[in-house]
Design a protein around this ligand. Structure first.
Ligand code: BGC
Length: 262
């Protein structure tokens, strides 16, 4: 049972769409936004039961949310999703491109299907959602788009090459979109999480040696929580960040700056 933490109405009157919100970071963002009085569209594909339970629990606590199933790698499905959100809540002010996948595969073993599926979810989908959302935001006078990228938009990630390539692409997608959409009063930024305890890195979390190694290379010496990422996403979604566009905010305990003296 999820309960609505007390917020200060920071997103009151705004409508937000969060992709991949049935688990992990997206789930925490949906909760945080609802606590700040946004109407929240909870997009999901693989975590239907969790997404629907989240929406029901939030609504039982006075929030305005709804769960929508959509494959965000499909242009027609994205168009339909955004249309449904606008029909349901009347407008769209905030898009969080959160849905993502990754697969451990050494470079020489990557098959075409896993390259294609990773690039589709991690790069093509944010583009499709951004384009569909920005067309609506243009009509209503502006908005905020936040892409959940990764420290790996900048930091190599051996054995996860399609993921790192997609996140690097997401960095430039964000920068280009920020420039093209600025005249429409649509801001575009990335939030780049480091090692956050979520289902996407369940295999790492289950291996004490890997967890220990991760903690050694994170200057703050621990993994982060989805709630710590959601806090920065909230800032970028809200009008408090009204002069921020084209930037990446790292939420990684300093991991992307890791270095050691020899
Ligand atoms: C990945 C995680 C990884 C973390 C730090 C994230 O983008 O999804 O699997 O543990 O980066 O490397």
């Amino acid at each position: 049972m999820t309960s609505l933490r007390a917020g200060s109405g920071e997103l009151a009157g705004k409508v937000a769409l969060v992709t991949g919100a049935g688990s992990g970071i997206g789930y925490a963002i949906a909760q945080r936004f609802a606590a700040e009085d946004a109407a929240v569209a909870i997009d999901y594909l693989g975590h239907g039961a969790d997404a629907k339970t989240l929406a029901r629990d939030l609504n039982d606590n006075g929030a305005k949310t709804a769960a929508f199933e959509a494959d965000v790698t499909d242009a027609a499905a994205v168009e339909a999703l955004v249309a449904q959100v606008v029909e349901r809540f009347g407008r769209l002010d905030v898009l969080v491109n959160n849905a993502g996948i990754e697969k451990l595969q050494p470079l020489l073993e990557i098959d075409e299907a896993s390259w294609d599926s990773t690039l589709a979810v991690d790069l093509k989908a944010p583009f499709l959602c951004m384009q569909a959302a920005a067309r609506r935001m243009k009509e209503s006078g502006g908005g905020s788009i936040v892409n959940i990228s990764s420290i790996h938009e900048d930091f190599p990630f051996p054995s996860f090459t399609p993921y790192a390539a997609a996140k690097g692409g997401l960095r430039m997608l964000m920068r280009n979109a920020a420039l093209e959409l600025a005249p429409l009063k649509i801001r575009v930024n990335n939030v780049a999480p480091g090692a956050i305890a979520t289902p996407i890195n369940a295999a790492t979390l289950a291996d004490p040696v890997k967890v220990q190694r991760l903690q050694e290379i994170v200057p703050l010496q621990r993994m982060g929580t989805p709630e710590e990422v959601a806090e920065v996403v909230l800032f970028l979604a809200s009008d408090r960040s009204s002069y921020v566009t084209g930037s990446t905010y790292f939420v990684d305990g300093g991991m992307v700056r890791y270095a050691e003296a020899l």
